[in-house]
Design a protein around this ligand. Structure first.
Ligand SMILES: [Zn+2]
Length: 397
């Protein structure tokens, strides 16, 4: 896009949490927002082109803090994973990044990629080879020997080895370090609640990341592992299925962010064994889902920061469905505005890119969605986004 384009007449939901503004304008210059406000009448002569959005709604692009773009949301991930190479992962990654962007997700944080393919994908997007959402990458996830996701990650044991594994990811260009504090539902024979890395091991990864100015995230489902990670200084708890009051209190105290990924568990239960999902995964999810919703409700009630992530790649948890997480969070008690803020401003704060992304304010990148219906009246309208703009350009990939 060249010049200045004025988008006017829409109701603006800017992502900050402020009340929506009717008859608002957004003045976009190149890839950024040059100005925003109510009624564009005073802007005569300030723009080269005008687009009338009367009757429509404008909001920031959604952010998804937990994806695995090189994987595929098939029913049986274990058998799928056995037949993949770095090339098949890379090609899938391109397609999945395009799906994310087309469906309104303009920024992602990828949480673990076999062969660290995510880092190469990010490089190619930066060089303009193909278009997708902006991306923060973790490279390979770090897990204990035989721990959750071991077949995709970097196995490490003891604080020194975990430290080395974190340094390796940082050397390769990781933006965030992802570790595994507990078992998970999708690795057979591994209990979701059982702790894996020790507090000392987690602390080693956290120290290395923080020294380099990067954040850390942990897969954590059971209470003990969650507490180990919080005490070790982790920046976000991913999943957080079984949290007691003490864990929630600790998160609140230390400002640890929560990325519940309700969509992952929901899709496994909703599709079930009939759809080909292994029985062990369905059984584990069914066992924990009530706890998970309870953890979410309690954390939200006391004011723990909740960011949006779907874990896209798990069974039937597609890359075009970031909005399902917002739908599920509202079903579990969040207001529609709160869910939008979670998927925009709060997610940007967690990722650490909120200076330039996450809200529609002057100076930030022009990443926004144009909607026919009001998402504050019906959040599910985000499942079918009309137009997506990435850095001021209409997405057509
Ligand atoms: Zn994940």
């Amino acid at each position: 896009m060249s010049g200045r384009i004025l988008f006017k007449g829409a109701t603006l939901i800017d992502g900050t949490g402020k009340e929506p503004v009717e008859n608002a304008f957004l003045l976009v210059e190149e890839d950024r927002i040059a100005a925003t406000g109510i009624s564009a009448e005073n802007l005569v002569g300030e723009y080269d082109e005008v687009r009338d959005l009367s009757g429509k709604y404008l909001m920031p692009g959604m952010m998804n803090c937990h994806t695995h773009v090189v994987m595929e949301p098939v029913a049986d991930m274990q058998s799928f994973a056995r037949n993949q190479t770095s090339v098949t992962h890379a090609v899938r990654g391109v397609a999945n990044l395009q799906k994310l962007l087309r469906s309104g997700t303009t920024f992602i944080r990828d949480m673990g990629s076999p062969f660290a393919v995510d880092l190469g994908l990010k490089k190619c997007m930066k060089e303009g080879v193909f278009k997708g959402p902006d991306m923060f990458c973790s490279g390979k996830m770090i897990t204990m020997t035989g721990g959750h996701g071991w077949m995709f990650g970097r196995e490490a044991d003891g604080p020194d080895d975990v430290r080395k594994a974190a340094r390796e990811q940082l050397r390769a260009g990781a933006d965030v370090i992802k570790i595994m504090a507990t078992g998970g539902v999708l690795t057979p024979g591994v209990e979701p609640g059982s702790p894996q890395f020790t507090e000392e091991e987690i602390r080693a990864a956290v120290e290395e990341a923080h020294k380099a100015g990067k954040k850390t995230a942990t897969h954590a489902q059971g209470t003990t592992g969650i507490k180990n990670a919080i005490r070790a200084g982790i920046d976000s708890i991913e999943h957080g299925c079984i949290m007691d009051d003490e864990a929630i209190e600790m998160m609140l105290e230390r400002g640890t962010c929560f990325v519940p990924t309700l969509a992952a568990v929901f899709q496994i239960i909703d599709n079930g064994v009939e759809a080909g999902i292994p029985e062990y995964a369905v059984e584990k999810c069914t066992r924990i889902f009530d706890h998970h919703l309870e953890s979410f409700r309690k954390a939200r009630q006391v004011g723990v920061k909740i960011a949006c992530g779907t874990d896209a790649s798990t069974p039937f948890n597609g890359f075009d469905k970031t909005a399902l997480e917002l739908v599920l969070m509202t079903r579990a008690g969040m207001g529609n505005m709160e869910a939008i803020v979670s998927a925009t401003r709060v997610s940007a704060e967690l990722i650490g890119c909120d200076e330039e992304y996450g809200t529609l304010e002057k100076g930030k990148f022009a990443d926004f969605l144009i909607l026919d219906k009001d998402p504050l009246a019906d959040i599910s309208t985000l499942l079918e986004v009309g137009s997506v703009y990435k850095k001021g350009e209409l997405v057509s990939c």
